[in-house]
Ligand binder design. Structure first.
Ligand SMILES: Nc1nc2c(ncn2[C@@H]2O[C@H](COP(=O)(O)OP(=O)(O)O)[C@@H](O)[C@H]2O)c(=O)[nH]1
Ligand SMILES: [Mg+2]
Length: 408
């Protein structure tokens, strides 16, 4: 770079010496050199472009698939994650352009893929009842009712939907009108109370605690939600407050490494509230935007676990104003109605603000989304439709219902 600038300056000097009288030519030469300098400086900056994100996303997937027992990962020093301080790797100039990303599946496509089994069991069966009928007879209504029950919508929700359908039929609606009415009712149920996502604090970090029984997908959800905040340019800290098993801490560290978030941890078996305390202090002093707290799904007894979660919540609230701003209960959709009783217990103990429903891709009983919302009055905050980092999104009732009811 310096050599090139020197060369250009020398060329300018030579030009001026060769044509001392031609001031116009000299200034045109100077202008040309200025443009060349700007181009060179810009190129120099371009070489600092960080490695393309797609590489780390691929690594995450490979990692998630590859081993059940993740290997410990050396965490970077806190300073090392600041992009300004990271030295670009030495790369050949021609290799600086990011690789073209793989054609990304749209969110709607991944939602449809994730809901395929539920769609077959729910909308697919309903459609075969509607098909070929102008009007619905009593036999058809009974079949529809059975489908609603088997899709795990829950008794109250199924009853409510059946009432709406019969009302519409009494007003003279044909089969297609009834299908539309059913779709609208489902969307209405799911979007009621959609305002309920709590606002973050005016200043200081947004604190989100993730709770739920063992194996439902808490740690994975913390990682995926963290990745979303990071992609929005937010600085994120993950707190490894599941100290019950060393592997749980390592699993979160891997997520932190992959998504570029710092992880606050202590040794296995230490007090989870002490980790929450440290994480709150770190979030405050490092001025991060978001603190996500992973927690244990089991302790020696259930009462023990609930007490521990309450204590953690208190400590977060004492250390950061208004914290936790969200308490997300993670539920595994494949557990069906059992998810409802878990939700009641956690809600009583720690006051849940929203639900993350995971593993919808692994079940035909995705109707549980509707039951959870309708019977518990808790908003669905996120849904998980796969193990990849992009398979979790904030829940959107309209997109969900469209994906569920749109047949290929
Ligand atoms: N298919 C699928 N698997 C998931 C999803 N979310 C989490 N998992 C898997 O569920 C398993 C348990 O997740 P983990 O986060 O360790 O659960 P935790 O014990 O609640 O922290 C892991 O193998 C995850 O990859 C999802 O939305 N779909
Ligand atoms: Mg976990």
């Amino acid at each position: 770079m310096i050599e090139r600038i020197t060369y250009l300056l020398e060329t300018a000097r030579a030009l001026a010496a060769a044509h001392p009288q031609e001031a116009g030519l000299a200034s045109a030469g100077a202008f040309l050199i200025l443009i060349l300098l700007v181009v060179l400086v810009r190129r120099g900056r371009g070489s600092r472009t960080p490695a393309p994100e797609s590489a780390s996303a691929k690594d995450t997937e490979a990692l998630l698939r590859s081993s059940e027992a993740p290997q410990p990962v050396a965490m970077p020093e806190p300073k090392a994650v600041e992009p300004e301080t990271v030295e670009p790797e030495a790369v050949e100039p021609g290799l600086l352009e990011p690789e073209p990303p793989e054609p990304a599946e749209s969110f709607f496509q991944s939602l449809r893929r994730g809901l395929a089994r539920t769609q077959d069991a729910f909308v697919g069966r309903l459609d075969s009842i509607f098909a070929g009928r102008e009007k619905l007879d009593e036999e058809a209504f009974e079949e529809i009712e059975e489908v609603l029950y088997t899709a795990d919508l829950g008794v109250a929700t199924a009853t409510r939907l059946m009432e709406a359908l019969r009302d519409r039929a009494a007003k003279g609606g044909g089969a297609q009108a009834l299908r539309d009415a059913l779709k609208t009712s489902v969307e209405e149920i799911l979007s009621a109370d959609g305002k309920a996502f709590p606002e973050g604090p005016e200043s200081g970090p947004r604190v989100v605690m993730f709770v739920g029984v063992n194996g439902v997908g808490k740690t994975t959800t913390v990682g995926k939600v963290g990745a979303q905040y990071v992609s929005e340019g937010k600085r994120v800290i993950l707190a490894a407050a599941d100290t019950f098993r060393a592997a749980a801490i390592e699993q979160l560290e891997i997520w932190g490494e992959r998504i570029g978030a710092q992880v606050i941890k202590q040794a296995a078996s230490s007090d989870p509230s002490a980790v929450a305390f440290d994480a709150a202090a770190a979030a405050r002093s490092r001025g991060v935007d978001v603190l996500l707290v992973d927690t244990a799904g089991r302790l020696h007894t259930k009462a023990n676990l609930m007490e521990e979660l309450k204590k953690m919540k208190r400590i977060l609230g004492r250390e950061l104003p208004g914290a936790p701003h969200e308490v997300i209960l993670v539920l595994d959709a494949t557990t069906g109605q059992n998810a409802l009783s878990q939700a009641r217990q956690f809600n009583e103990a720690v006051g849940v603000t929203g639900i993350a429903l995971t593993k919808l891709d692994g079940t035909a009983k995705g109707g549980i989304v509707i039951a959870v919302h309708e019977e518990l009055g808790l908003p669905i905050r996120y849904i998980g439709v796969g193990e990849k980092v992009n398979d979790l999104r904030p829940f959107d009732a309209h997109a969900f219902v469209e994906a569920l009811f749109t047949r290929a």
